[in-house]
Write a protein of this length. Structure first.
Length: 552
């Protein structure tokens, strides 16, 4: 196989691996459009995704996918041109186009990648729980792992031998694998190698645990393809933090790449490659708009040429590196300059990689994927609260600030700020001790992660106070959602070290953003005031900022 053929084969695999996720997201968009048919933003998002399939299907040997994608794209365009509320017949037409795309992929020569039908357009099914295969012959260790994983809503399968691992993987590819090194009929290294050798096996999170602590053991773990090595006795907090990050990378929304390039041909070529792999791409041909696009698009990676009209790529990179909030944002230069001095200039300007045109699709995709993954991990370490693994106060406020800026440009998209506070939390600490109080907070954090969307922003605001940003939900929808969370949390059972059973509740206040009126501070204050009113009204309730305040 030639280098070009290998690159195309890799691109086909990337396309198929991302197709199921994109189809699932489109099903969700169609469900939301059926519930909110006047939402023009949903229709535009659906059109863009149909367009992606229309442009990429034939490229990878699926002409029927392109035809169905074009059918959906044209249907969305027609609805945009007509204006008004889409009819049920129009929504069914979009659903039929989605079904044709899914059918064409399932019947094609790449069905070994196990593309499965997503939920029916009329059924808003939440993402299934993560499925982790645990390989451990110590009953106590296995049970402890089950408890920690269960608290995060993760489904657990177990195995004690290498053959059992292989059978479990053949039955269903897991989202994650945690294995001890020493197995009766092989090693955990062999288990990881077997998983990595299966179609799609490069995606699951893999962690190795062992009493072996030598450097060569850790090297072997990395060599076989494991994502992490943890010595026994295990640091449970560190292991769960790493596992959660690895699992979430498979379900995060499509990563955003901003490509600064004034050559339309080059921009189109790179965009097709990246979009075929599931990335959202924003091409910027005018560096004068760089600051505004950086704030609004919020890229996960910047790809740029050096020679541009106006400021050079190096100038733009230096500007990014002067902004503290973009310290972890990867910058990759894609330029015709391949000499050593160009690489030195790129590094001195703050670039992370220097690629030379023409670049093969395989090199481009692997570089972008690796840099985004590394930056996401570093950003999580910097912005996460150590106890709950939610965003820290500063990380949450940075996201809230970006939402306020975005809604100035798109005021029709609602955003709700929710403040949660655990009721009588000091009494829990005083009665049972701070370790028990910490477990109450981590259980609430786990509930929020399980029940909220990937697109929602969740943070530990401070102490026993949490904050949530719910985008694209109106106030009534947010009230219903938070009320359900309150009811579910109040039913959870907590236990003290002595076995005493108790329950805990929370109060919540929420505020709908008014983009033309509110600043970040007034939005936050409105949610905080609503929480105060909920506390004053007797706790264990949810109030909005426009609810009547509690009577003294």
């Amino acid at each position: 196989m030639t280098g070009i053929e290998e690159a195309l084969a890799e691109l086909r695999e990337q396309f198929l691996r991302g197709a199921q996720r994109r189809l699932y997201e489109m099903d969700e968009l169609l469900v939301q459009l059926a519930e909110d048919p006047d939402n023009a933003e949903l229709l535009r998002d659906l059109l863009r995704r149909f367009h992606g399939f229309a442009g990429s299907g034939s490229t990878y040997g699926f002409p029927e996918v392109s035809a169905a994608g074009l059918r959906g794209e044209l249907a969305c365009s027609a609805l945009q041109g007509q204006g008004g509320t889409p009819s049920q017949a129009a929504l069914r037409e979009l659903g039929a186009a989605l079904d044709h795309i899914r059918g064409a992929l399932l019947e094609g020569p790449w069905q070994a990648f196990a593309l499965l039908p997503g939920p029916a357009p009329s059924t808003p099914t939440p993402p299934p729980p993560y499925d982790v295969l645990v390989v451990e012959d110590d009953p106590l260790q296995l049970e402890t792992l089950r408890i920690h994983l269960g608290e995060e809503g993760i489904a657990v399968r177990s195995a004690a031998t290498l053959e059992a691992v292989k059978a479990a993987i053949e039955a269903r590819l897991p989202d994650g694998l945690i294995t001890d090194v020493l197995l009766p009929d092989g090693s955990g290294y062999d288990a990881v190698r077997h998983l990595r050798g299966r179609p799609g096996g490069e995606l699951p999170a893999t962690l190795i645990t062992s009493k072996l602590t030598g450097f060569l053991d850790k090297v072997e773990a990395a060599h076989c393809g494991a994502d992490g090595f943890f010595e026994k006795p295990l640091d449970w907090e560190a292991l769960m933090r790493r596992l959660q990050h690895l699992l979430e990378r498979t379900r995060v929304v499509a990563s955003r790449v901003m490509y600064v390039e004034d050559d339309p041909g080059q921009a189109a070529f790179v965009s097709v490659i990246l979009e075929s792999a599931g990335y959202q791409v924003r091409v910027l041909d005018d560096p004068a708009r760089f600051e505004a696009e950086l704030m609004v698009f919020r890229p996960d990676l910047i790809l740029m040429d050096v020679l541009l009209p106006g400021p050079s790529g190096y100038d733009l990179a230096r500007y990014v590196r002067q902004q503290e909030q973009h310290a972890t944002l990867p910058i990759v230069f894609l330029t015709t300059r391949g000499e050593d001095q160009a690489r030195i200039d790129a590094a001195q300007a703050g670039g992370d990689e220097h690629l030379v045109k023409p670049v093969t699709p395989a090199v481009l995709l692997s570089t972008v994927a690796a840099r985004i993954e590394r930056a996401r991990f570093l950003k999580a370490l910097l912005s996460q609260d150590g106890l709950t693994r939610l965003l820290s106060h500063s990380g949450f406020m940075a996201r809230a600030r970006a939402v306020v800026v975005q809604r100035v440009r798109t005021p029709q998209r609602p955003a709700v700020w929710v403040m949660l506070d655990v009721d009588n939390f000091k009494e829990v600490n005083d009665r049972f001790g701070h370790p028990v109080g910490d477990r109450v907070l981590t259980s609430l954090a786990a509930l929020l992660r399980r029940r909220l969307r990937q697109s929602d922003t969740i943070g530990r605001y401070g102490g026993d106070e949490f904050a949530i940003l719910l985008e694209d939900l109106n106030q009534e929808e947010a009230m219903r959602l938070v009320s359900r969370l309150r009811e579910e949390f109040s039913e959870q059972i907590h236990r003290s070290p002595e076995g005493e059973v108790f329950q805990v509740r929370f109060s919540a206040g929420l505020a709908l953003l008014a983009p033309q009126v509110m600043t970040l501070e007034t939005w936050r204050s409105a949610a905080d005031r609503a929480l105060y009113n909920a506390k004053q009204a007797g706790r264990n309730r949810v109030l909005s900022a426009d609810s009547a305040p509690a009577q003294a």
